[in-house]
Design a protein around this ligand. Sequence first.
Ligand code: PLP
Length: 400
Amino acid sequence: MAFYLDNAATTGIRPSALEVMVPLLAEEFGNPSGAHRMARAANRVLDDARETMAACLGAEPGEIIFTSGGTESDNLAIQGSLTARPGIAVCSAIEHHAVLDPVEHAGGRVVRVNEDGLVDLDHLADCLAGSEDVPVSVVSIMLANNETGVIQPLDQIERLVRKLAPEALLHTDAVQAMCWLDVAELTARADLVSVSAHKFGGPKGVGVMVARSGKNVEPLFRGGGQERGRRGGTHNVAGIAAMAVAAKETVAERATQVPRVSELRDRLADGIVSTVEGVFETGVTSPAELQPSDSTKNDKAKNEAKRINKIANICHLCFADVESEALLFLLEKDDIMASAASSCSSGAIEPSHVLTAMGFDRQLAFGSLRLSLGYGTTEADVEAALNTIPPAVQRLRERA
Ligand code: PLP
């Protein structure tokens, strides 16, 4: 048995999505690039999936490029834009590494965020200014952050980009948003949009990049001519079909899942914050506002008001004087699956770049815990976490 609170990392596949995969792998397994009956059948599956994904994402079918997931879509957006129109890449400091790394690799500009995790619009404006002879080629700002769940004001960002860098393509990574936000509406004015199936009940290894008509990017992979030359490689037909089923179900149930899950998330966050000292809820309590061990400022009404700017499923906390690795170890002993955002690079544990960018000090950032709910999360998962986390934190602090 597991109390799974790591849905931002990945979700289980929806039964309806799994169901469409098996015959497409075992019986109707034609290669859509071929010319015979089975190939044509596979092609029809792709066409249907393309239409469904387009409807779910507010795009035209011809604007959908099937990829191997969020990482590829993000890399395609950045590198494909830079190759098509050489120039400067700009992204925020809290992007997923699938955006941040290609931008940094290309010597791009990284926009600061404030302590609530929101893009600093003044700094964005400075970064968009370009230079005399090198224009800004692509700007990438995520719709919702994968660690904190904070939602960016994409409409304001879009206006700035159009005004200050009219030649640039605007990309948004909507990977974490699909279950919780109206992605079709919120990304309608972005040129490029990334999503990934395994975050909304589809299989791993499949995703989409939307490239609006006329906003083309150069392919990362050539060969085979698939996706009208925009992405070479034999299609993952079963995965694509399953993604479309999962997307349709996700969009259809959003209106009921968002209030249900946000209520569970609020219960979880409020329950922990009201019983544990020295805990900070990111995007809600800013690091400057609180001193460690001062939880009196964790005001429930204020926290709930500020959570409006977060997607419904993420409860992200930083515990003073606790190391996340040790906390995760204790939680797993009680069958609670969660995650921390620190990453292990070159053998050394580094605090999350997102928390660092928001101004959390290293010590506090090392005590981070992300509990991410999903469409399958139940009250029992939340109760288990509420029963386990406060005593686990206390035990770790007593040991220190
Ligand atoms: N972008 C965001 C915001 C993510 O959260 C993730 C995965 O965690 C990715 C991109 C990468 O997606 P994928 O796992 O499909 O490569």
